[in-house]
Design a protein around this ligand. Structure first.
Ligand code: ZN
Length: 87
């Protein structure tokens, strides 16, 4: 079992976390017409990078979203930060 660091609660068991999204993914401009394929790609396609990744996770007990940086190969956690103020 792996432990993830919630920036609000500290180190917790991975079973308390839920993946939300890739960090930095840009939502398509919906003020203009976009195709179903473009919208589906935004919703369901992920880069699946090998190595260091930045992702948005939720710690379900405190219901806070935050940035988790981890290595997708080794599963090592690089760091975490609150979503607000993260760049
Ligand atoms: Zn938390």
């Amino acid at each position: 079992m792996q432990a993830f660091p919630c920036p609000f609660c500290g180190l917790r068991n991975e079973s308390e976390f839920h993946f939300a999204a890739e960090a930095g993914k840009v939502r398509p401009d919906t003020t203009v017409a976009i195709s179903d394929e473009q919208w589906a790609s935004y919703l369901y396609t992920q880069n699946n990078v090998k190595g260091a990744v930045r992702e948005i996770w939720m710690h379900t007990p405190c219901a806070e979203l935050f940035i988790l940086e981890r290595d997708s190969v080794t599963m090592d956690v690089i760091g975490s930060a609150a979503l607000r103020g993260a760049s």
